[in-house]
Design a protein around this ligand. Structure first.
Ligand code: PEP
Ligand code: MG
Length: 317
């Protein structure tokens, strides 16, 4: 099976009834990007930019960030690249960004909330990303904000992008958001008027929907993104986005979960951003299915009561 998947890695992922799903990669650095190119990746669906910021004494300069982003964009040969702005928080402190201790770091100043409260970090990063876009005019560079929970956050962060894009005279970019907080999934139709695209962070979306810490030593096993409550939020996200002609990706762990993939397709997801090694298998899996079968499976899953029931009724590849 793995050999067959690998042989077909460069073919698009089109269901038997002609519906194409974009299969892109989650990456953390240039090496991952190069590896994804050799495994049939159709772009980058999530660059976790944290790697540039962690384990050091000072924040990376605009120049250093520009150089790294531009190498990654270039390595994708014109394919789209989504760069997520810094996603750290009270639980992942940076030496050069002192943060007051918080009682509930996952409900505190994390993700875009840091970008908004410490605007110079966000502005520097946005400039570096936009310069990487300008340097690679044949590419579409997509800026994505993590942990968006209100429309005001999107507006504040997007304003920074628009200001800097005007200054730098760049236009080959888009602005999207991660959907990883239930409020954002529920309000997707509102966000879709002002965001170019959505990517569902199912790891955090599941944690916040079930109110279970995804790293909790006892409880984390129950954080299963295939839970019907999460599937319902994913369906709402797709409906809200499509109403305004916007597309939806999934970049959390369930995008690389072969039991979840048919459900996600059936719920209306347009793009899957998967871990690099699973690219060929996920592409092959899409080709083995029809959109209409996926839709029936998904509609049935939405009527179930537990994650275990969904797992028991969803075919294992
Ligand atoms: C997610 O929350 O699903 C996600 C992709 O972001 P991270 O795992 O980096 O929090
Ligand atoms: Mg997340």
């Amino acid at each position: 099976q793995a050999k067959q998947d690998l042989a077909a890695k460069d073919k698009p992922a089109i269901t038997s009834d002609g519906h194409q799903i974009e299969i892109v990669a989650n990456i953390g650095n240039l090496g991952d990007s190069e590896k994804a190119m050799t495994l049939g990746g159709e772009g980058v669906g999530l660059l976790r930019s944290e790697f540039l910021f962690l384990d050091r004494q000072t924040a990376p300069s605009e120049e250093e960030q520009f150089e790294t982003y531009q190498q990654i964009v270039k390595s994708q040969n014109g394919q789209p690249v989504i760069i997520r702005t810094l996603d750290v928080g009270g639980d992942k402190p940076l030496d050069y960004m002192p943060m007051p201790a918080e009682e509930n770091p996952f409900l505190g100043e994390r993700g875009i909330r840091i970008g908004i409260n410490r605007p110079s970090i966000l502005r520097t990063q946005v400039r570096a990303i936009l310069r990487a876009a300008k340097e690679n005019p044949e590419s579409t560079v997509r800026i994505m904000f993590p942990m968006i929970s209100t429309i005001e956050e999107l507006r504040a962060a997007k304003a920074v992008v628009i200001e800097e894009a005007n200054k730098l005279d760049v236009s080959n970019y888009e602005v999207g958001i991660m959907v990883e907080v239930p409020s954002t999934a529920v309000m997707a139709d509102i966000f879709a008027r002002e965001a170019d695209f959505f990517s569902i962070g199912s790891n955090d979306l599941t944690q916040y929907t079930l109110a279970i810490d995804r790293g909790h030593p006892k409880l984390a096993a129950q954080v299963d993104g295939i839970h019907p409550s999460v599937l319902r939020l994913i369906e709402m996200t797709c409906k809200g986005a499509h109403k305004h002609g916007k597309w939806v990706g999934v970049c959390g762990g369930i995008a690389s979960d072969t039991q979840a993939v048919p459900l996600l397709i059936g719920l209306g997801v347009d793009e899957l951003s998967v871990s690099v090694p699973t690219l060929p298998a996920i592409k092959a899996q899409v080709r083995e299915r029809s959109l209409s079968d996926c839709q029936s499976l998904a509609q049935h899953a939405l009527t179930l009561e537990t994650a275990a029931e969904v797992r028991n009724t969803s075919p294992v590849r």
